[in-house]
Write a protein that binds this ligand. Structure first.
Ligand code: UT7
Length: 336
């Protein structure tokens, strides 16, 4: 990429304390632990406490990322939050974090690209640093999806979880950092994953509430087919833009939606298991938070090395997809 090299200076994540297992879900809807594990790979997920909203989860992740980067909120020029479950329609979660962090110099906005949100946000935010406009950008993916799930709909309530992940982007040694950004969308598929009401087309009425239109509606098999197509496609596109091939992947950090989607991408990329970060068994699909949480845990497990090519790839509501290829600029110390 042209301009200043931009990398991940610090990272942090937070998941709420409460764990909801598949066995708990068996008591809530007509499902079974066996079905969920076999069809998705998920075993449990974290659920926000009643007094926690998305900005509360994002704040803790952001504070941890700043600490990891050895920077203060004062050093941040821009805050971008990717979320489909903000505290409210407006003001943005990013502005709430700007206030809570006391990041008084930072501009702030939210970005909605579904589960690809963190990849989109890093891809776009990195350009503001590469161009010299900003020096440090805080990117957060945060979700409290439990609040927009219909807990009687087994098609959706079993696959999502709550959590937040954050990264501080900034200048790194030349030749390291984000090598390529590949972003895409297929708006025609938007109907397959949406929250139909609560916007200007279907404002909240008694009818929209009674019809449960303020919850996530999903055609799982259509989203699945899209995901299988774009995960490999976007990874290969990103690698090509970076002048690399699939043999150069050091670690793949995919969106954690379904182990079968990850396995199919791995097959297309000829990647062995030890080159793929997977944590969906414990956290389920945390949408925009899934990639940064997985990235943080890869760091904590000592799986990020200087010079290694780390590929983040995702897909989600929109429908959207995208990948980032990053040449990691330092060897991260294992924390677990
Ligand atoms: O981040 C983006 C968010 N979305 C996704 O990533 C979703 C991608 N899609 C998926 O992960 C999968 O499509 C699901 C996990 C959602 C569903 O798995 P599937 O293998 O596509 O199942 P299906 O919807 O085709 O349903 C197969 C059967 C159906 O029964 P019949 O009609 O064959 O008798 C469903 O009614 O499984 C049934 N079923 C369930 N059974 C037990 C669907 N959900 C459940 C459930 N428990 N929770």
């Amino acid at each position: 990429m042209a301009g200043i090299s931009v990398g991940f200076l610090g990272m942090g994540y937070y998941v709420p304390e409460k764990v909801l297992t598949n066995f708990d879900l068996e008591k809530m809807v007509d499902t079974s632990n066996e079905w969920i594990v076999e069809r998705t790979g998920i075993r449990e997920r974290h659920i926000a406490a009643p007094d926690q909203a998305t900005s509360d989860l994002g704040l803790i992740a952001a504070q941890r990322a700043l600490e990891d980067a050895h920077l203060s909120a004062d050093d941040i020029d821009l805050i971008v939050v990717a979320s489909e479950s903000p505290d409210m329609k407006f003001p943005s979660v990013a502005c709430m974090l700007q206030d809570k962090l006391n990041a008084s110099h930072a501009a702030a906005f939210d970005l909605g690209a579904g589960c690809t949100g963190f990849v989109y946000a890093c891809g776009i935010a990195s350009q503001t640093i590469a161009s010299g406009l900003y020096k440090h950008v805080l990117v957060v993916g945060a979700e409290t999806l439990s609040r927009i799930l219909n807990w009687q709909d087994r098609n959706t309530c079993i696959i999502f979880g709550d959590g937040a992940g954050a990264a501080v982007l900034g200048p790194v040694e030349d030749g390291y950092g984000i090598l390529s950004v590949d972003l895409g969308a297929k708006g025609a598929g938007g109907k397959f994953l949406s929250m139909p009401a609560g916007g200007s087309r279907r404002p909240a009425t008694h009818e929209t509430v009674d019809n449960k239109e303020h919850f996530i509606h999903m055609n799982g098999s259509e989203v699945f087919k899209f995901a299988v197509r774009v995960m490999g496609h976007s990874t290969l596109n990103g690698l090509k833009k970076a002048g690399l091939t699939k043999k150069d992947i050091g670690l793949l950090v995919p969106h954690q939606a379904n182990i079968r989607i990850i396995a199919s991408a791995a097959k297309r990329l000829s990647l062995p298991e030890d080159k793929i970060m997977v944590n969906l068994d414990k956290y389920a699909n945390t949408s925009a938070a899934s990639v940064p949480i997985a990235l943080c845990q890869a760091r904590d497990q000592g799986r990020l090395y200087k010079g290694e090519n780390v590929v983040m790839v995702g897909f989600g509501a929109g429908l959207t997809y995208g990948s980032l290829v990053v040449k990691w600029h330092k060897t991260e110390e294992a924390k677990v």
